[in-house]
Design a protein around this ligand. Sequence first.
Ligand SMILES: Cc1ncc(COP(=O)(O)O)c(C=O)c1O
Length: 414
Amino acid sequence: MSTVAELRAQYDAYKALNLKLAMTRGQPADENFDLSNDMLTAVTTDDLVTPSGVSIRNYPGGIFGLPEARELFAPVLGVKPEEILVGNNASLILMSSVFTWALLQGMKDSPRPWIQDAPKMIVTIPAYDRHFKLAAGLGFELVTVDMTSEGPNMDQVEALVKADDSIKGIFFVPVYSNPTGDSVSDETVRRLVSMETAAPDFTIFADNAYAVHHLTEEEVEPLNLLRAAEDAGNPDRVVLFGSTSKVTFAGAGLGFLATSVANLAHLGKLMGLASIGPNKVEQYRHVRFLQSYPGGIKGLMANHRAILAPKFQAVQDILTEHLDGTGLATWTDPKGGYFISLDTSRPVAAEVVALAKEVGVALTPAGATFPGGVDPNNSNIRLAPSRPPLQEVEKAMEIVALCVKLASAEYDAK
Ligand SMILES: Cc1ncc(COP(=O)(O)O)c(C=O)c1O
Protein backbone atom coordinates (compact mmCIF):
# COMPACT_ATOMS: atom_id res chain seq x y z
CA MET A 1 0.00 0.00 0.00
CA SER A 2 1.28 3.46 -0.88
CA THR A 3 1.45 6.14 1.78
CA VAL A 4 -0.63 9.31 1.65
CA ALA A 5 2.50 11.24 0.67
CA GLU A 6 3.27 8.83 -2.21
CA LEU A 7 -0.31 9.02 -3.47
CA ARG A 8 -0.24 12.82 -3.19
CA ALA A 9 2.93 12.92 -5.25
CA GLN A 10 1.37 10.77 -7.97
CA TYR A 11 -1.70 12.95 -7.90
CA ASP A 12 0.26 16.21 -8.08
CA ALA A 13 2.03 14.93 -11.19
CA TYR A 14 -1.32 14.93 -12.99
CA LYS A 15 -1.82 18.62 -12.17
CA ALA A 16 1.02 19.55 -14.49
CA LEU A 17 -0.71 17.87 -17.42
CA ASN A 18 -3.52 20.47 -17.58
CA LEU A 19 -6.06 17.82 -18.52
CA LYS A 20 -9.61 18.60 -19.53
CA LEU A 21 -11.63 15.37 -19.53
CA ALA A 22 -15.41 15.12 -19.06
CA MET A 23 -17.28 12.05 -17.89
CA THR A 24 -20.28 13.84 -16.45
CA ARG A 25 -23.38 12.99 -18.40
CA GLY A 26 -24.59 10.04 -20.43
CA GLN A 27 -24.22 11.44 -23.89
CA PRO A 28 -23.38 9.53 -27.06
CA ALA A 29 -20.08 10.31 -28.78
CA ASP A 30 -20.02 12.12 -32.11
CA GLU A 31 -18.97 8.79 -33.64
CA ASN A 32 -22.30 7.37 -32.40
CA PHE A 33 -24.24 10.29 -33.85
CA ASP A 34 -22.44 9.87 -37.16
CA LEU A 35 -24.15 6.49 -37.59
CA SER A 36 -27.45 8.33 -38.03
CA ASN A 37 -26.34 11.21 -40.24
CA ASP A 38 -28.29 9.80 -43.19
CA MET A 39 -31.43 10.54 -41.23
CA LEU A 40 -30.91 14.23 -41.97
CA THR A 41 -31.72 13.62 -45.62
CA ALA A 42 -34.02 10.62 -45.25
CA VAL A 43 -37.17 12.53 -46.21
CA THR A 44 -37.54 14.42 -49.47
CA THR A 45 -40.37 15.89 -51.53
CA ASP A 46 -41.08 12.31 -52.64
CA ASP A 47 -42.30 11.51 -49.12
CA LEU A 48 -45.03 14.04 -48.45
CA VAL A 49 -47.65 11.37 -47.83
CA THR A 50 -46.78 8.19 -45.93
CA PRO A 51 -47.81 4.69 -47.08
CA SER A 52 -50.65 4.77 -44.54
CA GLY A 53 -51.96 7.88 -46.27
CA VAL A 54 -50.97 10.55 -43.73
CA SER A 55 -49.72 13.91 -44.99
CA ILE A 56 -46.61 14.76 -43.02
CA ARG A 57 -47.09 18.48 -43.70
CA ASN A 58 -50.59 18.93 -42.34
CA TYR A 59 -52.40 18.59 -38.99
CA PRO A 60 -54.49 15.44 -39.42
CA GLY A 61 -52.92 12.27 -38.07
CA GLY A 62 -53.87 12.25 -34.40
CA ILE A 63 -52.12 12.40 -31.06
CA PHE A 64 -50.75 8.84 -31.11
CA GLY A 65 -48.19 9.39 -33.87
CA LEU A 66 -47.68 8.10 -37.40
CA PRO A 67 -48.94 4.52 -37.84
CA GLU A 68 -45.58 3.65 -39.42
CA ALA A 69 -43.73 5.00 -36.37
CA ARG A 70 -45.99 3.13 -33.93
CA GLU A 71 -45.37 -0.07 -35.89
CA LEU A 72 -41.60 0.51 -35.89
CA PHE A 73 -41.13 1.36 -32.21
CA ALA A 74 -43.67 -1.00 -30.61
CA PRO A 75 -41.12 -3.86 -30.59
CA VAL A 76 -38.56 -1.65 -28.78
CA LEU A 77 -40.88 -1.65 -25.76
CA GLY A 78 -42.18 -5.16 -26.51
CA VAL A 79 -45.77 -3.98 -27.07
CA LYS A 80 -48.41 -3.89 -29.82
CA PRO A 81 -48.63 -0.90 -32.18
CA GLU A 82 -52.03 0.05 -30.76
CA GLU A 83 -50.47 0.29 -27.27
CA ILE A 84 -47.81 2.87 -28.14
CA LEU A 85 -47.89 6.64 -28.53
CA VAL A 86 -44.97 8.11 -30.44
CA GLY A 87 -44.42 11.74 -29.52
CA ASN A 88 -41.89 14.45 -30.13
CA ASN A 89 -38.18 14.82 -29.52
CA ALA A 90 -37.56 12.78 -26.35
CA SER A 91 -39.17 10.91 -23.46
CA LEU A 92 -38.87 13.15 -20.39
CA ILE A 93 -41.54 15.47 -21.79
CA LEU A 94 -43.91 12.50 -22.09
CA MET A 95 -43.22 11.50 -18.49
CA SER A 96 -43.93 15.05 -17.38
CA SER A 97 -47.10 15.17 -19.47
CA VAL A 98 -48.48 11.91 -18.01
CA PHE A 99 -47.63 12.97 -14.45
CA THR A 100 -49.15 16.42 -14.93
CA TRP A 101 -52.41 15.06 -16.30
CA ALA A 102 -52.58 12.43 -13.56
CA LEU A 103 -52.13 15.16 -10.98
CA LEU A 104 -54.74 17.44 -12.51
CA GLN A 105 -57.26 14.93 -13.87
CA GLY A 106 -56.24 11.50 -12.59
CA MET A 107 -55.40 8.29 -14.40
CA LYS A 108 -58.21 6.38 -16.10
CA ASP A 109 -59.75 4.87 -12.94
CA SER A 110 -58.65 7.45 -10.38
CA PRO A 111 -61.35 8.38 -7.87
CA ARG A 112 -60.05 11.97 -8.07
CA PRO A 113 -57.06 13.93 -9.39
CA TRP A 114 -53.86 12.83 -7.69
CA ILE A 115 -53.05 16.35 -6.55
CA GLN A 116 -55.88 16.13 -4.02
CA ASP A 117 -54.18 13.28 -2.17
CA ALA A 118 -50.78 14.89 -1.38
CA PRO A 119 -49.34 12.24 -3.71
CA LYS A 120 -46.12 10.30 -3.17
CA MET A 121 -43.92 8.58 -5.73
CA ILE A 122 -41.55 5.70 -5.03
CA VAL A 123 -38.11 6.12 -6.58
CA THR A 124 -35.11 3.84 -6.38
CA ILE A 125 -31.73 4.87 -4.98
CA PRO A 126 -29.35 5.32 -6.58
CA ALA A 127 -31.10 6.51 -9.76
CA TYR A 128 -31.33 9.17 -12.44
CA ASP A 129 -31.24 12.73 -11.08
CA ARG A 130 -33.79 14.00 -13.61
CA HIS A 131 -36.36 11.47 -12.38
CA PHE A 132 -36.06 12.86 -8.86
CA LYS A 133 -36.18 16.45 -10.05
CA LEU A 134 -39.16 15.92 -12.34
CA ALA A 135 -41.32 14.07 -9.82
CA ALA A 136 -40.37 16.38 -6.94
CA GLY A 137 -40.75 19.45 -9.14
CA LEU A 138 -44.32 18.45 -9.98
CA GLY A 139 -45.08 18.13 -6.29
CA PHE A 140 -44.73 14.42 -5.55
CA GLU A 141 -43.17 13.56 -2.22
CA LEU A 142 -40.41 11.10 -3.03
CA VAL A 143 -40.25 7.83 -1.11
CA THR A 144 -37.05 5.88 -1.66
CA VAL A 145 -36.42 2.16 -1.95
CA ASP A 146 -33.09 0.49 -2.63
CA MET A 147 -32.08 -0.54 -6.11
CA THR A 148 -30.88 -4.16 -6.05
CA SER A 149 -29.33 -6.38 -8.70
CA GLU A 150 -32.92 -7.54 -9.43
CA GLY A 151 -34.50 -4.07 -9.61
CA PRO A 152 -36.36 -2.16 -6.90
CA ASN A 153 -36.23 -3.83 -3.46
CA MET A 154 -39.62 -5.49 -3.58
CA ASP A 155 -39.94 -6.18 0.14
CA GLN A 156 -39.71 -2.44 0.70
CA VAL A 157 -42.03 -1.61 -2.21
CA GLU A 158 -44.73 -4.08 -1.20
CA ALA A 159 -44.78 -2.89 2.42
CA LEU A 160 -45.04 0.76 1.34
CA VAL A 161 -47.77 0.48 -1.30
CA LYS A 162 -49.93 -1.78 0.82
CA ALA A 163 -49.97 0.68 3.71
CA ASP A 164 -50.28 4.08 2.06
CA ASP A 165 -52.94 5.07 -0.50
CA SER A 166 -51.20 8.38 -1.21
CA ILE A 167 -48.38 6.43 -2.90
CA LYS A 168 -49.54 6.73 -6.49
CA GLY A 169 -46.70 5.15 -8.35
CA ILE A 170 -43.18 3.85 -8.71
CA PHE A 171 -40.80 5.53 -11.17
CA PHE A 172 -37.69 3.59 -12.14
CA VAL A 173 -35.56 2.17 -14.97
CA PRO A 174 -36.33 -1.52 -15.56
CA VAL A 175 -33.41 -2.46 -17.83
CA TYR A 176 -29.73 -1.41 -17.57
CA SER A 177 -30.69 1.19 -14.98
CA ASN A 178 -29.07 4.57 -14.56
CA PRO A 179 -26.56 4.40 -12.85
CA THR A 180 -26.09 0.78 -11.72
CA GLY A 181 -26.88 -1.03 -14.97
CA ASP A 182 -29.06 -3.46 -13.04
CA SER A 183 -32.24 -4.88 -14.61
CA VAL A 184 -35.43 -6.22 -13.08
CA SER A 185 -35.72 -9.98 -12.67
CA ASP A 186 -38.82 -11.83 -13.85
CA GLU A 187 -39.71 -12.32 -10.20
CA THR A 188 -39.56 -8.55 -9.57
CA VAL A 189 -41.82 -7.98 -12.57
CA ARG A 190 -44.34 -10.52 -11.26
CA ARG A 191 -44.35 -8.96 -7.81
CA LEU A 192 -44.73 -5.41 -9.17
CA VAL A 193 -47.72 -6.20 -11.35
CA SER A 194 -49.54 -8.37 -8.82
CA MET A 195 -48.81 -6.69 -5.46
CA GLU A 196 -51.61 -5.38 -3.32
CA THR A 197 -51.79 -1.58 -3.44
CA ALA A 198 -53.76 0.72 -1.14
CA ALA A 199 -54.23 3.21 -4.02
CA PRO A 200 -56.65 1.76 -6.61
CA ASP A 201 -54.90 3.78 -9.34
CA PHE A 202 -51.31 2.90 -8.36
CA THR A 203 -49.20 3.02 -11.53
CA ILE A 204 -45.83 1.56 -12.49
CA PHE A 205 -43.87 4.15 -14.51
CA ALA A 206 -41.04 2.22 -16.11
CA ASP A 207 -38.56 4.36 -18.04
CA ASN A 208 -37.15 1.79 -20.45
CA ALA A 209 -34.61 4.25 -21.84
CA TYR A 210 -32.00 1.54 -22.43
CA ALA A 211 -34.25 -1.30 -23.65
CA VAL A 212 -32.15 -2.07 -26.74
CA HIS A 213 -28.81 -0.69 -25.57
CA HIS A 214 -26.94 -3.95 -25.07
CA LEU A 215 -23.19 -4.03 -24.47
CA THR A 216 -22.69 -7.80 -24.60
CA GLU A 217 -23.96 -10.85 -26.45
CA GLU A 218 -26.34 -11.47 -23.58
CA GLU A 219 -29.33 -9.27 -24.34
CA VAL A 220 -31.15 -8.73 -21.06
CA GLU A 221 -34.87 -8.75 -21.72
CA PRO A 222 -36.94 -9.38 -18.61
CA LEU A 223 -40.59 -10.33 -18.62
CA ASN A 224 -42.56 -7.52 -20.27
CA LEU A 225 -44.27 -5.40 -17.62
CA LEU A 226 -47.32 -4.63 -19.74
CA ARG A 227 -47.96 -8.27 -20.65
CA ALA A 228 -47.30 -9.42 -17.09
CA ALA A 229 -49.73 -6.82 -15.72
CA GLU A 230 -52.37 -8.10 -18.12
CA ASP A 231 -51.72 -11.68 -16.95
CA ALA A 232 -51.98 -10.58 -13.31
CA GLY A 233 -55.38 -9.02 -13.92
CA ASN A 234 -54.07 -5.45 -13.54
CA PRO A 235 -53.89 -4.46 -17.22
CA ASP A 236 -53.92 -0.71 -16.56
CA ARG A 237 -51.16 -0.63 -13.95
CA VAL A 238 -48.17 -0.04 -16.25
CA VAL A 239 -46.88 2.87 -18.34
CA LEU A 240 -43.62 2.32 -20.23
CA PHE A 241 -41.43 5.05 -21.69
CA GLY A 242 -38.59 5.05 -24.18
CA SER A 243 -36.88 7.18 -26.78
CA THR A 244 -34.37 7.23 -29.58
CA SER A 245 -32.11 9.73 -27.76
CA LYS A 246 -29.36 7.09 -27.68
CA VAL A 247 -30.43 5.38 -30.91
CA THR A 248 -30.40 8.31 -33.34
CA PHE A 249 -29.87 11.83 -31.95
CA ALA A 250 -29.95 12.85 -28.27
CA GLY A 251 -32.79 15.27 -27.69
CA ALA A 252 -33.48 15.32 -31.43
CA GLY A 253 -35.03 11.88 -31.68
CA LEU A 254 -38.47 10.58 -30.78
CA GLY A 255 -39.99 9.80 -27.41
CA PHE A 256 -42.64 7.14 -26.90
CA LEU A 257 -44.88 5.71 -24.21
CA ALA A 258 -46.81 2.46 -24.07
CA THR A 259 -49.69 1.36 -21.90
CA SER A 260 -52.98 -0.53 -22.17
CA VAL A 261 -55.24 0.54 -25.03
CA ALA A 262 -57.77 1.78 -22.47
CA ASN A 263 -55.16 3.87 -20.65
CA LEU A 264 -53.86 5.18 -23.94
CA ALA A 265 -57.34 6.36 -24.92
CA HIS A 266 -57.61 8.23 -21.60
CA LEU A 267 -54.15 9.79 -21.87
CA GLY A 268 -54.58 10.54 -25.57
CA LYS A 269 -57.74 12.49 -24.85
CA LEU A 270 -55.91 14.63 -22.29
CA MET A 271 -52.69 15.04 -24.25
CA GLY A 272 -54.80 15.91 -27.28
CA LEU A 273 -55.90 19.03 -25.44
CA ALA A 274 -52.34 20.32 -25.42
CA SER A 275 -51.37 19.38 -28.97
CA ILE A 276 -53.04 18.51 -32.27
CA GLY A 277 -50.35 15.93 -32.78
CA PRO A 278 -46.60 15.32 -32.90
CA ASN A 279 -44.12 16.36 -35.59
CA LYS A 280 -44.80 13.84 -38.35
CA VAL A 281 -41.91 15.03 -40.51
CA GLU A 282 -39.48 13.97 -37.79
CA GLN A 283 -41.34 10.72 -37.25
CA TYR A 284 -41.27 9.82 -40.90
CA ARG A 285 -37.61 10.72 -41.11
CA HIS A 286 -36.94 8.15 -38.36
CA VAL A 287 -39.13 5.58 -40.08
CA ARG A 288 -37.40 5.97 -43.44
CA PHE A 289 -33.92 5.96 -41.93
CA LEU A 290 -34.37 3.07 -39.50
CA GLN A 291 -36.27 0.91 -41.98
CA SER A 292 -33.50 1.23 -44.52
CA TYR A 293 -30.61 0.85 -42.04
CA PRO A 294 -28.89 -2.55 -42.50
CA GLY A 295 -30.44 -4.78 -39.84
CA GLY A 296 -32.85 -2.02 -38.80
CA ILE A 297 -32.76 -0.79 -35.18
CA LYS A 298 -30.93 -3.95 -34.11
CA GLY A 299 -28.25 -3.36 -36.73
CA LEU A 300 -27.81 0.24 -35.66
CA MET A 301 -27.58 -0.73 -31.98
CA ALA A 302 -24.91 -3.32 -32.81
CA ASN A 303 -22.84 -0.56 -34.39
CA HIS A 304 -23.35 1.64 -31.32
CA ARG A 305 -22.22 -1.26 -29.17
CA ALA A 306 -19.00 -1.62 -31.17
CA ILE A 307 -18.12 1.96 -30.24
CA LEU A 308 -19.34 1.86 -26.63
CA ALA A 309 -18.29 -1.59 -25.40
CA PRO A 310 -14.49 -0.94 -25.50
CA LYS A 311 -14.99 2.17 -23.34
CA PHE A 312 -16.98 0.22 -20.77
CA GLN A 313 -14.35 -2.52 -20.86
CA ALA A 314 -11.60 0.04 -20.27
CA VAL A 315 -13.39 1.25 -17.13
CA GLN A 316 -13.60 -2.33 -15.85
CA ASP A 317 -9.97 -3.09 -16.71
CA ILE A 318 -8.58 0.01 -15.04
CA LEU A 319 -10.73 -0.22 -11.92
CA THR A 320 -9.79 -3.89 -11.59
CA GLU A 321 -6.09 -3.18 -12.10
CA HIS A 322 -5.96 -0.44 -9.48
CA LEU A 323 -8.72 -1.15 -6.99
CA ASP A 324 -9.54 -4.86 -7.07
CA GLY A 325 -8.66 -6.48 -3.76
CA THR A 326 -7.97 -3.15 -2.03
CA GLY A 327 -11.31 -3.06 -0.24
CA LEU A 328 -11.59 0.61 -1.19
CA ALA A 329 -14.45 0.41 -3.70
CA THR A 330 -16.95 -1.80 -5.49
CA TRP A 331 -18.41 -1.14 -8.90
CA THR A 332 -20.99 -2.56 -11.29
CA ASP A 333 -20.25 -4.31 -14.60
CA PRO A 334 -23.37 -3.59 -16.67
CA LYS A 335 -24.41 -5.66 -19.66
CA GLY A 336 -25.93 -2.58 -21.25
CA GLY A 337 -26.98 1.01 -20.84
CA TYR A 338 -24.82 4.07 -20.40
CA PHE A 339 -23.40 4.00 -16.88
CA ILE A 340 -21.24 2.27 -14.32
CA SER A 341 -21.89 2.86 -10.64
CA LEU A 342 -18.91 3.00 -8.27
CA ASP A 343 -19.24 2.90 -4.48
CA THR A 344 -16.36 3.88 -2.26
CA SER A 345 -16.05 1.89 0.96
CA ARG A 346 -15.17 5.03 2.95
CA PRO A 347 -17.55 8.05 2.86
CA VAL A 348 -15.36 9.89 0.33
CA ALA A 349 -17.33 10.17 -2.93
CA ALA A 350 -17.50 13.98 -2.77
CA GLU A 351 -13.75 14.12 -2.06
CA VAL A 352 -12.99 11.82 -5.01
CA VAL A 353 -15.08 13.95 -7.37
CA ALA A 354 -13.42 17.15 -6.06
CA LEU A 355 -9.92 15.69 -6.39
CA ALA A 356 -10.64 14.54 -9.94
CA LYS A 357 -12.01 17.97 -10.84
CA GLU A 358 -8.86 19.66 -9.57
CA VAL A 359 -6.77 17.74 -12.10
CA GLY A 360 -9.20 18.33 -14.94
CA VAL A 361 -11.48 15.28 -14.82
CA ALA A 362 -15.15 16.27 -14.56
CA LEU A 363 -17.37 13.56 -13.06
CA THR A 364 -21.10 13.53 -12.27
CA PRO A 365 -21.43 15.47 -8.99
CA ALA A 366 -21.36 13.17 -5.95
CA GLY A 367 -24.87 12.78 -4.57
CA ALA A 368 -26.54 13.35 -7.96
CA THR A 369 -27.89 9.80 -7.88
CA PHE A 370 -29.90 10.56 -4.72
CA PRO A 371 -32.96 12.81 -4.18
CA GLY A 372 -31.98 16.36 -3.34
CA GLY A 373 -28.43 15.61 -4.46
CA VAL A 374 -27.51 14.16 -1.07
CA ASP A 375 -26.01 10.67 -0.77
CA PRO A 376 -26.37 9.78 2.92
CA ASN A 377 -23.30 7.51 2.72
CA ASN A 378 -21.24 9.85 0.51
CA SER A 379 -20.13 6.79 -1.43
CA ASN A 380 -21.79 6.65 -4.86
CA ILE A 381 -20.17 7.95 -8.04
CA ARG A 382 -21.79 7.61 -11.46
CA LEU A 383 -19.29 6.95 -14.23
CA ALA A 384 -20.39 7.91 -17.74
CA PRO A 385 -17.80 6.70 -20.26
CA SER A 386 -19.90 7.04 -23.44
CA ARG A 387 -18.97 10.50 -24.69
CA PRO A 388 -15.15 10.85 -24.50
CA PRO A 389 -12.82 9.00 -26.89
CA LEU A 390 -11.39 5.70 -25.57
CA GLN A 391 -7.97 7.17 -24.71
CA GLU A 392 -9.62 9.88 -22.64
CA VAL A 393 -11.78 7.35 -20.82
CA GLU A 394 -8.60 5.41 -19.98
CA LYS A 395 -6.76 8.47 -18.71
CA ALA A 396 -9.78 9.68 -16.73
CA MET A 397 -10.22 6.28 -15.09
CA GLU A 398 -6.54 6.08 -14.08
CA ILE A 399 -7.12 9.37 -12.30
CA VAL A 400 -10.43 8.29 -10.74
CA ALA A 401 -8.76 5.16 -9.35
CA LEU A 402 -5.91 7.23 -7.91
CA CYS A 403 -8.37 9.73 -6.41
CA VAL A 404 -10.25 6.86 -4.71
CA LYS A 405 -6.97 5.65 -3.20
CA LEU A 406 -5.89 9.13 -2.13
CA ALA A 407 -9.23 10.20 -0.65
CA SER A 408 -9.51 6.89 1.21
CA ALA A 409 -5.95 7.11 2.55
CA GLU A 410 -6.51 10.69 3.70
CA TYR A 411 -9.79 9.64 5.34
CA ASP A 412 -8.05 6.81 7.19
CA ALA A 413 -5.24 9.13 8.26
CA LYS A 414 -7.64 11.59 9.91
C1 LIG B 1 -32.98 6.63 -17.50
C2 LIG B 1 -33.06 7.79 -18.44
N1 LIG B 1 -34.24 8.21 -18.87
C3 LIG B 1 -34.35 9.24 -19.72
C4 LIG B 1 -33.24 9.93 -20.16
C5 LIG B 1 -33.43 11.07 -21.09
O1 LIG B 1 -34.25 10.64 -22.10
P1 LIG B 1 -34.83 11.57 -23.25
O2 LIG B 1 -33.70 12.16 -23.98
O3 LIG B 1 -35.64 10.62 -24.04
O4 LIG B 1 -35.69 12.61 -22.56
C6 LIG B 1 -31.97 9.53 -19.73
C7 LIG B 1 -30.77 10.25 -20.15
O5 LIG B 1 -29.70 10.08 -19.65
C8 LIG B 1 -31.88 8.44 -18.84
O6 LIG B 1 -30.70 8.00 -18.38
